[in-house]
Design a binder for this molecule. Structure first.
Ligand code: C2E
Ligand code: MG
Ligand code: MG
Ligand code: MG
Length: 281
């Protein structure tokens, strides 16, 4: 697997020091200073509507570059941010930055693009979460329908009544909600019909072998048709190849997100990407 540039220092340090201790002592301390030292950035990965071939929006993905450690992947630092509660201030930052990007896209004429922001359980279950969302929408003056919040099945199942109440309030505001990594949690489609959500994102683990594994294809088709019966949109995550795209298309998924169409892009590369994509049409 290709390593990202700048990860060398981090990888080396990880090997030199006992991995567990390193993560606790160093990452946690570094993470505490990362916001004030301006070490975070967001990358944006486009989502493509399969039928219209139009870009519907971008998922905001957090990146952390530490001057000594290099790039640290979210899979390594998000769990620590969650354990330490740092995910709350970090998550606030992500949300605000993502909304500010929506304004940048509007400035160059793209008014209906949505930004999707990942929310950890702790964030979603904060008491003032709905207020925070309202505030950031107001402060950045984006349209609520241009913001999408991604939560996982686990967050919903954890406390379905609280989740339902929060989701209903969010729906009233007009923001979109998607269930991320769908199929990896407690995939009961039964609870889905109770939830005021808009989109299911089929997890990458079903897509990566969809052209060789009949059960991945069957599951993707089944999830999609049930989702459509519930009036939900379906996005296939992690589409990397033309063959995967073909199967996902045949399974009637609505949209794709994955390296086949584009890797996550730096904020300043998004506008160029949008303009190029428009020219191709
Ligand atoms: P996710 O929300 O499921 O995001 C999709 C992940 O799949 C991203 O990894 C993305 O770069 C990767 N991906 C997209 N297309 C492909 C593909 O075609 N092939 C492969 N192999 N991978 C693909 P990333 O950016 O490393 O993020 C990993 C996870 O970290 C995210 O999974 C999400 O759970 C979490 N995360 C990222 N940013 C945030 C954030 O701002 N807040 C929170 N709470 N979690 C975040
Ligand atoms: Mg996500
Ligand atoms: Mg996902
Ligand atoms: Mg994931």
């Amino acid at each position: 697997r290709a390593k990202k540039k700048g990860r060398n220092q981090y990888e080396k340090a990880k090997v030199e020091v006992n991995a567990g201790a390193f993560e606790r002592l160093s990452i946690e301390n570094y993470l505490r200073k990362a916001l004030e030292n301006d070490e975070f950035s967001l990358h944006f990965q486009p989502q493509l509507d399969i039928k219209s071939e139009k870009i519907i929006g971008f998922e905001a993905l957090l990146r952390w570059y530490h001057p000594d450690l290099g790039n640290i992947p979210p899979s390594d630092f998000i769990p620590i941010a969650e354990d330490t509660g740092l995910i709350l201030p970090i998550g606030d930052w992500v949300l605000r930055q993502a909304c500010l990007q929506v304004k940048e896209w509007e400035k160059v004429g793209f008014h209906s693009l949505r930004v999707a922001v990942n929310l950890s359980a702790q964030q979603f279950l904060q008491r003032n979460m709905v207020e925070k969302i309202k505030e950031v929408i107001k402060e950045t003056s984006i349209r609520p329908q241009n913001l999408e919040l991604e939560i996982t099945e686990r967050v919903v199942i954890h406390d379905i009544d609280s989740a339902l109440s929060v989701l209903k309030q969010l729906k009233d505001i007009g923001v979109h909600i998607s269930i991320d990594d769908f199929g990896t949690g407690y995939s009961s489609l039964n609870y889905l019909k109770r939830l005021p959500i808009h989109t299911l994102k089929i997890d990458r683990s079903f897509i990566f072998d969809i052209d060789t594994n009949p059960s991945s294809k069957a599951l993707t088709s089944a999830i999609t048709s049930m989702a459509h019966d519930l009036n939900l949109n379906v996005i296939a995550e992690g589409v990397e190849t033309y063959d995967q795209l073909s199967y996902v298309k045949k399974s009637a998924c609505d949209a794709i997100q994955g390296f086949y169409f584009s890797k996550p892009l730096q904020a300043n590369a998004v506008i160029e990407f949008l303009l190029n994509n428009k020219k191709k049409k």
